[in-house]
Design a protein around this ligand. Structure first.
Ligand SMILES: [Fe+2]
Ligand SMILES: [Fe+2]
Length: 172
């Protein structure tokens, strides 16, 4: 095997986070769907597909490198939200947490002199910049509009579709 077992174990643990994030985004998409906010719902459905793609990318990497990829059970998902801001704040907190986890994974790859994994994980490092940045933007827009004016957020999303959404969804 090309990888150390400690790195395989850590990547398998990250798969739990990515699948949980995917399901969490589906729950948020459903919440916005139930509030008749289709653009917000669409945004989080696309996010869910991206996270699914992240989990699959990690699993395929372990397989390719000769490790044992494990499809995990996910953690609990939050399904009830009082406000749009609460849901988007949860999404941002999740992205910040994943960013820390990816950094910790890279730290481990460096410590283990695993240059293959270090290089592979750089894609995730760059991806987290985009994820945190787009979620921060969305939270700002939601807060600025206020809960009574979420149609302004719908308008904003309709006019500013995520440039990567279609490509990444197709590849997920
Ligand atoms: Fe992710
Ligand atoms: Fe993400």
């Amino acid at each position: 095997m090309l990888l150390k077992q400690s790195v395989v174990d850590a990547i398998n643990r990250q798969v739990i986070e990515e699948f949980t994030a995917s399901l969490q985004y589906i729950a948020i998409a459903l919440y916005f769907d139930s509030e008749t906010l289709p653009e917000l719902s669409k945004f989080f459905q696309a996010q869910a597909m991206e996270e699914h793609g992240h989990a699959m990318k990690l699993l395929h990497y372990i397989n390719d490198a000769g490790g044992v990829a494990v499809v995990p059970a996910t953690r609990e998902v939050k399904n009830h939200f009082e406000t749009a801001a609460e849901a988007v704040q949860l999404a941002l907190d999740q992205e910040l947490k994943v960013t820390e986890q990816i950094n910790t994974l890279v730290d481990l790859a460096i410590k283990e002199n695993d240059h293959l994994s270090r290089q592979f994980l750089q894609w995730f490092v760059a991806e987290q910049l985009e994820e945190v940045s787009s979620m921060t933007d969305l939270l700002n827009v939601v807060k600025r509009a206020g809960e009574a004016n979420l149609l302004l957020v719908e308008d904003y999303l309709a006019r500013n579709p995520r440039p990567d959404a279609e490509g990444e969804a197709a590849g997920a």
